[in-house]
Design a protein. Structure first.
Length: 457
């Protein structure tokens, strides 16, 4: 269901407008310090079309042939914090093989590595990319193994608090497939920047084995992603990126590990299947920038903040993605649950409006999700339910987003709308099961994912 911001709905009340102005002013100041270091076009968006196959790395390979296509982000995740237990030695002397699941396929690829939470420079002396030989293994298809370089060198030093993007590697990346991104650092760099709750098994080996295709030495396993935060591809099948910005309900908490059944995964499958069926729908990749426990308004503690708020990470995790056309915002439930008293719905709505204004300034369309029920969860109170209902009323009235996906309506129990339908409940009464995540993706009108912010009247 959709209702445009620029339709006949009344303007936000004066209190909300004042809150919005204050939030925007604060966020603009903070955002300037969070990120960037990314190439942007004249409209301020990451966009690269009809690029040389060598992309940024082409200057190191003048013979790189031209290849038509669009650079999009095929997979992404948000750096959340320094990994516990790595504060002293990091992962020095070990090869880290991250398994990431693609949305769009392409003919070339580049990788972004982050040392956001490191306390000293991260030295990567070897890195590689390859297509996985099997969904449940560290083995690579040997013919796809490619070393990664950075400004032409196999070694790169990533300063503490910063990130780096590799040169372009020529590799056929499949859509809806697993890719192995492997790094090796010989020296300690302090806390390892990671994304917990990956719902994906990755691998570790002692020593430098980045080009090992057999995977036999990768005897260690982990349930987190380390260092890697984005995989871009030069795609002939996708012409833009959809970013899902959310909390654990987007991150995929309680979904089956390794099955890629988070709602952004299923939405990506829906889009691709619709294109293959010849439907007039967007040819977009879908990437997941969900963080479990994330709030719209408040950061966790730390410098830089661990689990930064949706407002504070919007520049990095949404506008910093390549050729982003649409963002789906599914935030607010933790602002209700984690507030020591009763959260102010006007403040939360003002925060959502702030995200929309920043997206529109960069030509990005915003689809917003209603907040799903949590009756039966330990944090439930009638007062919190009232806040949720008031926020959802604003969203449904068209006073917040360009279009609406009604997750609440899709998953709530018609006999008790404060709760999930039993068949969609993981059992904790807050997160869906696999069937529930699939139902969330099915609720989208795919036409709503056609990019571009609405024209200002």
């Amino acid at each position: 269901m959709t209702r445009g911001r620029d339709g006949d709905a009344e303007a936000p009340p004066a209190k909300q407008r004042a809150l919005l102005a204050a939030i925007v002013a604060a966020i603009v100041a903070v955002s300037a310090t969070i990120y960037v270091g990314a190439d942007v076009g004249a409209d301020g968006r990451m966009r690269e079309r009809d690029t040389l196959a060598g992309g940024r790395g082409a200057r190191h390979d003048p013979a790189a042939p031209a290849s038509a296509g669009t650079w999009v982000t095929s997979w992404a995740t948000s750096p959340v914090a320094g990994e516990p237990g790595t504060e002293t030695t990091g992962l020095a002397g070990r090869s880290v093989r991250n398994v990431v699941h693609t949305s769009a396929g392409g003919t070339s690829a580049r990788v972004t590595l982050s040392n956001l939470y490191g306390q000293s420079p991260l030295t990567i002396t070897h890195a590689s990319i390859a297509v996985s030989a099997d969904p449940d293994t560290a083995e690579a298809l040997a013919e796809t193994m490619r070393p990664l370089t950075f400004a032409g060198s196999p070694t790169v030093v990533v300063p503490a608090g910063e990130q780096v993007t590799s040169d372009v590697a020529r590799i056929a990346v499949p859509h809806d497939g697993d890719v192995l991104i492997t790094t090796y650092s010989p020296t300690a760099s302090g806390p390892v920047t990671h994304h917990p709750h990956a719902r994906q098994i990755s691998y570790v080996a002692d020593g430098e084995h980045t080009l090992d295709a057999t995977g036999a030495v990768y005897t260690g396993q982990s349930k987190v992603w380390r260092y890697v935060t984005a995989l871009d591809v030069l795609s002939n099948e996708s012409d833009g990126t959809v970013v899902a910005l959310g909390d654990s309900l987007t991150d995929g908490a309680t979904s089956t590990t390794g099955e890629n059944n988070r709602w952004p995964d299923v939405l990506s499958d829906r889009l691709r299947e619709a294109v293959e069926d010849g439907r007039d729908v967007p040819h977009h990749s879908v990437v997941n920038e969900g963080i479990s426990g994330n709030q719209l308004l408040a950061d966790r503690l730390g410098r830089p903040a661990t689990n930064p708020s949706g407002l504070n990470r919007f520049e990095r995790d949404v506008l910093g993605r390549t050729d982003v056309e649409v963002v789906v915002v599914a935030l607010g439930i933790n602002d209700i649950l984690r507030h020591p008293g009763t959260a102010d719905p006007d403040t939360i709505v003002a925060g959502l409006n702030a995200l929309v204004e920043r997206a529109h300034a960069r030509g990005v369309k915003v689809v917003g999700a209603t907040l799903m029920p949590f009756g039966g969860h330990g944090g439930y109170t009638d007062a919190r339910e009232d806040v949720r209902q008031r926020i959802n009323a604003e969203i449904r009235a068209g006073r917040v987003f360009d279009a609406v996906v009604d997750f609440d309506e899709a998953l709530r129990d018609p006999y008790d709308p404060r709760r999930f339908r039993p068949e969609y409940d993981s059992g904790d009464h807050l997160h869906p099961n696999d069937r529930g995540y699939t139902r969330m993706a099915e609720e989208f009108d795919l036409d709503d994912l056609k990019g571009g912010a609405p024209a200002r009247l």
